[in-house]
Design a binder for this molecule. Structure first.
Ligand code: MOS
Length: 767
């Protein structure tokens, strides 16, 4: 999506080039709110139970939905026996493809900037089954329990068709070049095969990662009502505007006939988008003429909501004795469905990782009949860094070098694939600070030599990386209101909050720009009625919001100067000489020359001023290679008797530009690292290979880290602003998970001498 949008941009001539839009004075100075820890403004509402989530909204005469899921991987529904369900207590409606209203197929993600459909499949429009777990019937009843019971009474028979439900079967059927948003996932620089063959030292291994399913604490849910010809959806969404537009197209509505709100979301990680359940719920509500609440059970999330696909990756590296890399090969395959738009682009992080004159990167795709893939926190980089950073560790062993020294020896001075200079890359500083804080010098270079009773102790490290993005399309409206002598600011922005602190950080940025206390700034978001479009994806939302707030503030300054007129102490100044401070406009280099907002509005006999402005186009992405980086350190204890791995300590040193809110940033980094620990040690979707059914659709059988699995996690950061982004900040939402699995695997090797290249690192692989 990013790349499609960028292709429409034309780079500026170098002499007119203003990186990242208007350079922001906030980058240069550091005081006030930016960089000071602010608690989440929605935190108190959430812990007091006052924040309404999607499944907590009520409508009069509401009905409750339950879904039935297909039990074959591919074929047709031959018969449906719904008599018992229809006669069950409280049942209002049984909807299947036979009686569902006619609807358009949702436009699949990436097919246009607003399209966020889960796949290119029609929903409840025919008898076809495309995956084991596909919803094939929906029961509405007066209570959730009645709906669940009635759904259990439905009986189906199928005409099964041949399906591919194993990796070997998918491979045998043939692989094809992976394509991400229209671009092949293929990079070739020089001749990596020849350089690998000629290199005096090399490693060449296969790494495997399993399928992962989403487990946000809030299962997916929507409360849906038709009011006349308006469709209201209270949803849990990280792409509010885009979902409303895609749903409008499904039901042949004008965009303003769908109102989708999502003020609070209990975690998304890439999964809180449009799936079958919102479409089914809206269709059922239309058919029965009553509002519908549709809440996926935890099992339902596994059946309906896509996850991260499995990968098989080869990393081969050739190097000189001094560690200089001559050849870097990172290739392999991932699996998609025949109706999907989401490969797992595991080579993206490798593109800018290490200097090498010869590089080959390629992702190939095989096809399986399964639930569609989707984004999961750092799609691509999370699993790609496991393979790459494990291989770097293996090369360090081969060379007898310290793995940090080996990485620093191969720091590129510009992007090896794109050739662009880096906007900001302080990874060496992150390694230096991290190694000191963690005590890396206490590591034994020889594996299997530290022991504490039954426990073998080891240390490992890895680099994490995630690109900087900023999607175009963000707009902000700022309204200043003068009431009883006090100024109140409202910032409206079409952003999504899924619990990571976006609304708080937006308030910080707006308050700092406007020179107002944060208590006087209100942020409205999570509502499709707000103009503009951003989504909480690609770790880019805060940069996009910042760009729009900066642009809107600049427009506000110009508007206020006009209102101030010739009687103001600011008369004669141009907008770019003027900023905000202390609820006033002031001359930037002479802050004593000022007039308060209240005074300007009062003299102009206005009680309100409002501006709407779009952020500058993200041209910075065309001129620099832009990334967040991290240096990760892990200490593990592996039990020599049971093979159990416990993570003892973890430290992440991050280089992500200016950190805007240290409090929420620390949580984001820690949360990402914890998700990475799950990827390293536990998470694995298990398929029944006979029929493609997910066998462990619950938190009892699909393991994620619990509190006792999570050690003390330190996070530190360089806090060096990137001069080419709005506010100097990079994204921080996804980088936390990247590199973590490799840091754990490398520590396990250091502890035991055993190299596990196949996630998760369960105890059976260590005994
Ligand atoms: Mo993310 S996986 O871009 O929510």
């Amino acid at each position: 999506l990013m790349q499609g949008a960028l292709e429409k941009l034309v780079p500026l001539a170098p002499d007119s080039w203003i990186p990242g839009g208007v350079p922001d004075p906030l980058i240069a100075r550091k005081h006030g709110l930016i960089g000071s820890p602010v608690s989440r403004l929605d935190g108190a509402f959430k812990v007091q139970g006052q924040a309404p989530f999607a499944a907590e909204f009520r409508f009069d005469r509401m009905t409750y939905a339950a879904l039935a899921y297909a039990t074959v991987a591919r074929g047709r529904v031959a018969s449906i026996d719904s008599a018992a369900a229809e006669g069950a207590p409280g049942v209002v409606l049984v909807m299947t493809h036979r009686n569902a209203p006619r609807m358009n197929t949702p436009a699949v993600f990436g097919s246009s900037p607003s399209a966020v459909g889960p796949s290119d499949l029609p929903i409840f429009q025919d008898d076809r089954v495309h995956w084991n777990g596909q919803p094939i019937a929906c029961v509405l009843a007066e209570t959730q329990e009645q709906a669940d019971h009635a759904a259990s009474l439905l009986a189906f028979t199928y005409d099964e068709e041949p399906s591919t439900t194993t990796l070997e079967g998918a491979r045998a059927a043939g692989t094809e070049q992976g394509v991400m948003m229209g671009r092949p996932l293929l990079n070739k620089i020089g001749d990596a095969d020849a350089a690998l063959a000629a290199a005096p030292h090399s490693v060449d291994h296969l790494y495997r990662t399993p399928r992962h399913n989403h487990n946000a604490i809030e299962p997916h849910a929507a409360t849906i009502a038709w009011v006349d010809d308006q469709l209201h959806i209270h949803d849990a969404s990280q792409m509010v505007t885009q979902q409303a537009q895609t749903v409008a197209e499904v039901f042949d509505l004008k965009p303003d006939q769908v109102r989708l709100t999502s003020p609070y979301v209990g975690g998304g990680f890439g999964s809180k988008g449009l799936w079958d359940h919102q479409i089914i719920g809206a269709a059922a509500a239309k058919l029965c003429g009553r509002p519908v609440r549709i809440t996926l059970s935890r099992e339902g999330v596994y059946r309906v909501v896509g996850g991260r696909t499995l990968t098989e990756q080869r990393v081969a590296i050739g190097a000189q004795a001094d560690g200089a890399i001559d050849a870097l090969i990172h290739t392999g395959m991932a699996v998609m469905t025949p109706h999907n738009s989401m490969p797992e682009p595991f080579t993206l992080g490798t593109q800018s990782a290490y200097a090498s004159p010869n590089i080959t990167l390629q992702v190939k795709m095989a096809k399986m009949n399964m639930l569609a893939n989707t984004f999961m926190r750092a799609p691509g980089e999370a699993v790609g860094t496991f393979a790459l950073e494990s291989a770097i560790d293996e090369l360090a062993v081969e060379l007898g070098m310290d793995p940090i020294d080996l990485r620093l020896r191969n720091e590129p001075d510009r992007d090896p694939v794109s050739g662009l200079p880096f906007s900001s890359r302080n990874i060496a500083e992150a390694w230096r600070r991290g190694a000191e804080a963690f005590g890396w010098n206490e590591r034994s270079a020889t594996p299997g030599t530290r022991r504490d009773g039954e426990w073998q102790v080891g240390m490992g490290c890895a680099t994490g990386t995630y690109p900087y993005y900023r999607m175009p399309g963000a707009e902000a409206r700022i309204t200043l209101t003068l009431q009883d002598g006090a100024i109140h600011a409202k910032v409206e922005i079409a952003a999504a909050e899924m619990g990571m602190g976006t609304s708080t950080t937006t308030a910080i940025v707006a308050a700092e720009r406007l020179g107002l206390p944060i208590e006087q700034v209100e942020v409205a978001y999570g509502d499709s009625a707000i103009p503009g479009a951003i989504m909480a994806g690609g770790s880019q939302q805060t940069a996009a919001i910042g760009g729009a707030v900066i642009a809107a503030h600049n427009a506000l300054v110009a508007e206020l100067l006009k209102l101030a007129g010739n009687d103001s102490p600011l008369a004669g100044l141009s907008p770019d000489e003027v900023g905000s401070e202390g609820a006033a406009l002031c001359k930037l280099d002479d802050p004593g020359r000022r007039e308060s907002y209240a005074s300007i509005l009062g003299r102009a006999q206005r009680d309100q001023v409002s501006v709407t402005q779009a952020g500058s186009p993200p041209l910075e992405l065309m001129h620099w290679s832009m990334h967040s980086h991290s240096a990760l350190f892990c200490e593990v204890r592996v039990n020599a008797v049971t093979g159990e791995t416990r993570v003892g300590r973890f430290l992440g040193a991050f280089d992500c530009g200016r950190i805007l809110n240290p409090k929420t940033a620390r949580s984001q980094f820690r949360g990402g690292i914890i998700m990475g620990l799950g990827m390293a040690l536990m998470e694995e979707t298990q398929f029944d290979e006979r029929n493609g059914r997910i066998m462990n659709p619950s938190l009892a059988e699909y393991h994620v880290p619990v509190h006792l699995d999570v050690p003390e996690i330190d996070v530190i950061w360089t806090d060096i602003p990137d001069p080419h982004t709005p506010m100097g900040a990079h994204g921080i939402g996804e980088i936390g998970i990247t590199g973590v699995a490799a840091a754990v695997a490398n520590a396990v090797y250091n502890a035991t001498g055993r190299r596990v290249r196949d996630l998760p690192i369960t105890l059976d692989k260590l005994i």
